[in-house]
Design a protein around this ligand. Structure first.
Ligand SMILES: [Fe+2]
Ligand SMILES: [Fe+2]
Length: 301
């Protein structure tokens, strides 16, 4: 979109943190011997210590492993660290989530008129994030791991894309389920079921610059029909790089990661931080994530 070159937010980039597939469980419950909450808090402490200047943190679904209210309550408590650091949090849901239970805890999350957890977030004057809800339910079932965008969600999306085009925004579309095959057969089976329909819409809009997905638990990037895409690892458990297996339940304890987007008026740069590898020998305390004036050592675990 040529107009973007003429717009400017100044020389420094705006920053957005992305974490995906954190899979919070009830106390004491683990995933391949990893504690999802502990891993998420490690990622959060690391990100907030190094990137307090981020505009926001977006979580791209599979927030809770079993979609239970208690899991969302544990997540809500953990997110207080980001709120204390002054970083806004925007939440999306994935196949492991339960929309009704999620909304019992996160009551203020924007919801469309059709009841779906979709919203628009502007960063600076140039970039617009469109956050989609690809959960196939209700009814919610642990057997339904693929994603779907029903007609109501598609209609809402096209309205937002029309607004963004009119407002001359660079658009970043975020959804939990990738809408195309990635060469990982097991996960390809549970991608967005109407991915072709979505891509047929996105390619009509020059303003759509970037697609961000979750669900896969691996670092992947590329280009689909002229649109850039990026996928990040989970802070917790990862998908082994197996380009033959049709098993979508494979998991490996490779180091956790999160994404960092740097936005300028004419560019989107996508970084990934393997936080458990990057700072070996450094001790990032949660204290580092909170502005000094807010630190009350009595409240820090
Ligand atoms: Fe996941
Ligand atoms: Fe998922």
């Amino acid at each position: 979109m040529s107009q973007l070159v003429a717009l400017s937010d100044g020389p420094s980039a705006r920053k957005v943190l992305v974490m995906t597939d954190i899979h919070i469980r009830s106390e004491g419950q683990k995933i391949i011997q990893l504690d999802p909450l502990e891993k998420f808090e490690m990622a959060l402490c690391h990100a907030l210590a190094l990137h307090k200047d981020a505009d926001c943190l977006i979580l791209t679904g599979d927030l809770a492993h079993s979609g239970k209210v208690i899991e969302y309550q544990r997540l809500n408590n953990a997110l207080q660290l980001a709120r204390n650091a002054g970083v806004a949090v925007h939440l999306m849901i994935g196949n492991h989530d339960n929309r009704e239970n999620f909304l019992q805890v996160f009551r203020d999350t924007p919801v469309t008129s059709s009841g779906h957890i979709q919203q628009v977030v502007d960063i600076g004057s140039t970039h617009r994030f469109i956050l989609l809800d690809t959960l196939d339910g209700p009814p919610f079932s642990h057997d339904k791991n693929w994603g779907i965008l029903c007609p109501e969600r598609i209609t809402w999306l096209t309205e937002q894309l029309d607004h963004a085009e009119r407002d001359e925004k660079a658009v970043i579309v975020l959804l939990h389920h990738p809408p195309f095959e990635l060469g990982t057969p097991g996960m390809d089976l549970i991608r967005l079921q109407n991915g072709n329909e979505l891509m047929d819409i996105l390619v009509q809009y020059k303003s759509v610059q970037q697609i961000i997905c979750g669900h896969i638990h691996r670092t992947i990037s590329g280009n689909i029909r002229g649109k850039a895409f990026a996928i990040f690892k989970s802070p917790c458990h990862q998908l082994p790089l197996d380009l033959k297996s049709t098993d979508c339940s494979l998991s490996t304890p490779e180091p956790g990661a999160y994404g960092i987007l740097l936005l300028k008026s004419d560019s989107i740069v996508v970084h990934t931080e393997d936080f458990e590898l990057a700072d070996i020998g450094k001790d990032f305390s949660c204290k580092d994530a909170i502005p000094e004036w807010q630190i009350n050592t009595d409240n820090i675990n």
